[in-house]
Design a protein around this ligand. Structure first.
Ligand SMILES: *Cc1c(COP(=O)(O)O)cnc(C)c1O
Length: 480
């Protein structure tokens, strides 16, 4: 099978299909002659059936939540109900133009407004913007707000504190916004080390960025003290809400002392993601910061939904229009369908599934931090490495069993880290199957490690040079 559709040419021997075609004469009734091509378009010459087979087969070379278990830690690869796609595709939404007069788009504006309100309620924030298009974009929005706040108060701030277990986007965002990044250590139990925080904090700290539960899947027990310390130097506490799947309906970042949060609708709130699909990273803030939010916000005036007219302190616009509307509709429908009890159940099942797996795997893998985890946990393939097989090899071997690998080598502070997030949508049977596969791989590590070292054996491409693939992508790479 050719990997590129341009390598296929089948016009001359295409099977028979009824076709719609127009003669040049007919076309000239609609288009001026000057608009007609003089030479053939450079397009692959393939029949409809060839096109369908080509793309269907390509899609089957990939992993997806719809086809396989996908326990990719930190990414919350849960199943996203198809009814949400149907709702987002409804004409009333998909045919609405962003420049439509607000008078004629009251339904769409109401959804935006109510989503802002629902997210505020869920996170304990005063108000939300739906503009940011992803988590990292939300972080950028958040740190621009931090900067605007301190400029407004005429305070000189140069540093952003971040735990050493943080997601890479946190320090990247802080650096992009011109701050010096100060790394705070994690203690032996997997929490922010308060002693280190106290030693490093000073008046120039603008912000402390934290995700809770942490990327180790642990709830930060000292969060109130962390927030108090940061506030004592007029720093703001930023919540990376990509791990919100663990907290829904049970506790709120706003009540923990966070001033700014971003939420990943494409993780927690059932928007499909991966492969760069449209995400959404709304940002919520406490009362004091509302005036700095990106403009325009959607507001309610009497019974009318309107765009905010004036926003003199706003950090400005972050993207075109009002956010990824199609993503927002899905999350709105998801939240409304589940209600408070449903959202609580999401988190309860996410936590239950993670703890079930963690308990089942604790004899097989070293688990660096004991106790209960939240919606995900980190294990270490240290023992396996001692036998010559690394986390990367195990991740590759899992693919042969039709299971997507967990996140590996993240967080950076755990040697041979494997970060597992089963999510609430997986059944006990799937989790048991995963355990069985890891036991089988363990047997191979003991008796035939080469099998694991050479994996994957069944995927369209085997081991690739990942560094070279990223630096010099060759899209003509040939399947074996
Ligand atoms: C996914 C993730 C992000 C970044 O979100 P994107 O939408 O991929 O930009 C930030 N922090 C954590 C903890 C994450 O898991």
């Amino acid at each position: 099978m050719s990997d590129l559709i341009f390598e296929k040419t089948s016009r001359n021997d295409a099977g028979w299909l009824p076709a719609l075609s127009h003669s040049e004469e007919e076309i000239l009734k609609f288009l001026p002659a000057s608009a007609l091509r003089r030479s053939e378009a450079h397009l692959p010459s393939v029949s409809e059936l060839d096109v369908v087979r080509h793309f269907t087969n390509l899609s089957r070379k990939n992993f997806s939540v719809d086809s396989q278990f996908y326990p990719l830690g930190s990414c919350t690869m849960k199943y996203n109900p198809k009814v949400l796609d149907a709702i987002a595709a409804a004409d009333a939404f998909s045919q609405t133009h962003p420049y439509q007069d607000p008078q004629d788009a009251q339904g769409a504006l109401r959804i935006l407004f109510e989503t802002q309100t629902l997210l505020s309620e869920i996170t304990g924030m005063e108000e939300f913007t739906l503009q940011p298009a992803a988590g990292a974009h939300g972080e950028l929005c958040g740190l621009l707000i931090v900067g605007a706040y301190h400029r407004y108060k005429k305070e000189k701030k140069t540093k952003v504190m971040i735990p050493d277990s943080a997601h890479g986007t946190n320090p990247a965002t802080a650096a992009l916004c011109g701050y010096e990044v100060v790394q705070v250590k994690t203690d032996a139990r997997g929490h922010v080390e308060l002693r280190d925080l106290k030693a490093k904090i000073d008046k120039e700290v603008a912000c402390f960025m934290l995700t809770n539960p942490s990327t180790l899947g642990l709830f930060e027990e000292e969060i109130l003290e962390v927030a108090r310390l940061v506030h004592s130097v007029d720093g703001l506490v930023y919540y990376d809400g990509a791990n919100m799947n663990a907290l829904l309906g049970h506790c709120r970042p706003g009540d923990m002392g966070f001033d700014i949060v971003h939420i990943n609708l494409h993780k927690t709130f059932a928007v499909p993601h991966g492969s760069g699909g449209p995400g959404s990273g709304p940002v919520g803030v406490k009362k004091e910061l509302v005036k700095f939010l990106p403009a325009p916000r959607v507001l309610k005036e009497g019974s009318q939904f309107i765009y905010e007219k004036e926003a003199p302190y706003s950090i400005g616009k972050l993207r075109s229009f009002y956010g990824n509307f199609g993503a927002i509709i899905r999350s709105y429908a998801y939240i409304r369908a589940l209600g408070r009890e449903g959202l609580e159940a999401v988190s309860e099942h996410a936590i239950l599934n993670a703890n079930y797996l963690k308990t089942k795997l604790k004899d097989l893998y070293e688990i660096p931090f004991d106790g209960y985890c939240m919606h995900e946990f980190v294990m270490s393939a240290k023992r396996q490495k001692a036998k010559g097989v690394k986390a990367l090899d195990i991740a590759k071997r899992l693919l042969d069993f039709g299971i997507h690998a967990p996140t590996i080598y993240f967080p950076l502070i755990v040697e041979e880290a494997m970060m597992v997030e089963p999510t609430e949508t997986e059944s006990k049977a799937t989790l048991d199957e995963f355990v069985k596969v890891l036991q089988e791989i363990q047997k191979e590590i003991e008796t035939n490690p080469q099998k694991v070292l050479d994996a994957p054996h069944t995927t369209p491409v085997s081991r690739i040079d990942e560094v070279r693939a990223a630096r010099e992508p060759n899209l003509r790479y040939r399947a074996k």
